[in-house]
Design a protein around this ligand. Structure first.
Ligand code: 7TS
Length: 414
């Protein structure tokens, strides 16, 4: 395949990321682990610094100007996020610490504290990250509900006949990832949500690997709940989002008690604030929210369609070049358009941790291990993978360096 010109001006983008100046073992950083966490552009770092330098105060409780500035920044970020995923209103956006916390809030507030009981069922898939497994295990253990999982086919697509078979009148929730962090598979959420709604079940989407990488429109998907993390989309760590349809959020119980989540408290009893604040107990992270708002501005200025196009180009080149490595096993769909910007693989000569260690000596950062998806590893019959993942600052040259590094791995272990 001929190398195509990337859709994004990567050389210009890279200049916005101070960390790209770093040398690792004397070599320029080649960062291929954005599915774990993305790097941060100057615009985000400066927004956080600006918050602490000029606006810092606790939100929603101060009468003075500084407090109002901080609250405006925090609530302004909520508006930006609502717009970014096309929510109907900012009251559908709950700030959390990330995807994991968002899903746990639902498992607790809708599941454990909700009306579920024996005979009810929750359907998920074998390709979920642990963060979209464990919270449902909690619900299973507390409420005696039955869990079942949609399987994958040999190419790494969901077996849609399993969806038809497993989603029944007993199903109360279908919890599924939009994009697998290992296979890269992009799942047909619209179809899955429609199926869930046919039996009056809810559909929760783990969007940790989708919202950062391609346009996501919650009204078009018609999902009921959707979770993602700021740190995977150029934003700060420690801030994330739970989107929920207002009616669904209203019917859920809060997980954290205290702070802004209350309306009235008397000894021994209390009533809750309106959504979304009902779910934001304790002092929140306004600097993180403002940083996430800046990340959204940055991604919007690039255009999410361009981000997606860029990653498809990197996928195409990566799949082609990795495909030439002798004995390699690439997980997931081989169509670059059907996967998110990541490629997990194994090679026969070396354990993924050995691959990652040798690549590190070359300045290349990749993920190795079970990728927090042990049930999927079991399903694929392997203990671990190496994984290269791409973002706006990656270019075909990074893939060339990866390939060169892998050749070195094969020499070492030959
Ligand atoms: N869901 C998916 C699909 C993910 O990929 C991750 C993190 C999470 C949930 C959890 O996100 P958090 O921000 O709450 O931690 N995935 C990865 C990964 O693939 N490598 O490191 C973290």
């Amino acid at each position: 395949m001929e190398r195509t010109k990337p859709s994004l001006d990567v050389a210009k983008i890279k200049k916005d990321f101070p960390i790209m100046e770093r040398k690792i073992h004397g070599k320029p950083l080649c960062y291929l682990d954005s599915a774990a966490t993305s790097q941060k552009p100057r615009q985000v770092i400066e927004a956080v610094s600006e918050f602490y330098s000029n606006y810092n105060a606790n939100v929603h409780r101060a009468i003075y100007e500084l407090g109002e500035d901080a609250t405006r920044g925090y609530e302004g970020a909520r508006e930006k996020i609502a717009h970014f995923i096309n929510a109907r209103s900012s009251s559908e956006i709950v700030f959390t610490r990330g995807t994991t916390e968002s899903i746990n809030i639902v498992a607790y507030g809708w599941g454990i504290k909700g009306k579920l009981g024996k005979g009810d069922e929750i359907v998920s898939t074998v390709m979920e990250h642990h963060s979209n497994h464990i919270p449902w295990f909690f619900v299973q253990d507390y409420k005696g509900v039955k869990l079942s999982w949609i399987d994958i086919d040999d190419e790494g697509y969901l077996k849609m006949e399993d969806l038809d078979r497993l989603v029944t009148e007993r199903t109360k929730m279908v919890a599924v990832t939009q994009c697998s962090n290992v296979l890269g598979t992009i799942n047909p959420i619209k179809e899955i949500a429609k199926k869930a709604h046919e039996v009056n079940a809810l559909c929760l989407v783990d969007a940790a690997q989708s919202v950062p990488h391609f346009p996501v429109d919650v009204q078009n998907l018609d999902c009921d709940l959707l979770a993602f993390s700021g740190h995977k989309m150029l934003g700060p760590t420690g801030i994330g989002v739970l989107y929920g349809k207002e009616k669904v959020l209203e019917e859920m119980e809060p997980m954290l008690g205290g702070g802004e989540m209350i309306r009235e408290v008397h000894l021994g009893r209390a009533t809750w604030n309106d959504v979304p604040w009902k779910f934001e107990g304790g002092t929140p992270d306004p600097a993180g929210a403002v940083g996430l708002g800046a990340a959204i501005d940055y991604l919007s200025s690039l255009g999410m369609q361009n981000v997606r196009k860029h990653e498809i180009e990197l996928n195409a080149y990566g799949l082609e070049m990795l495909g030439k490595i002798k004995g390699i096993r690439i997980l997931g769909p081989m169509d670059p358009k059907k996967r998110g910007g990541l490629i997990a693989f194994t090679i026969p000569e070396a354990h993924p941790h050995d691959i990652a260690a040798i690549l590190d000596a070359e300045g290349i950062a990749i993920r190795s291990g079970h990728n927090c998806a042990q049930p999927l590893m079991e399903r694929c019959g392997i203990p671990a993978t190496a994984r290269a993942s791409f973002y706006v600052y990656n270019s075909p040259e990074d893939i060339d360096r990866l390939i060169k590094g892998l050749k070195k791995v094969q020499e070492v272990f030959a």
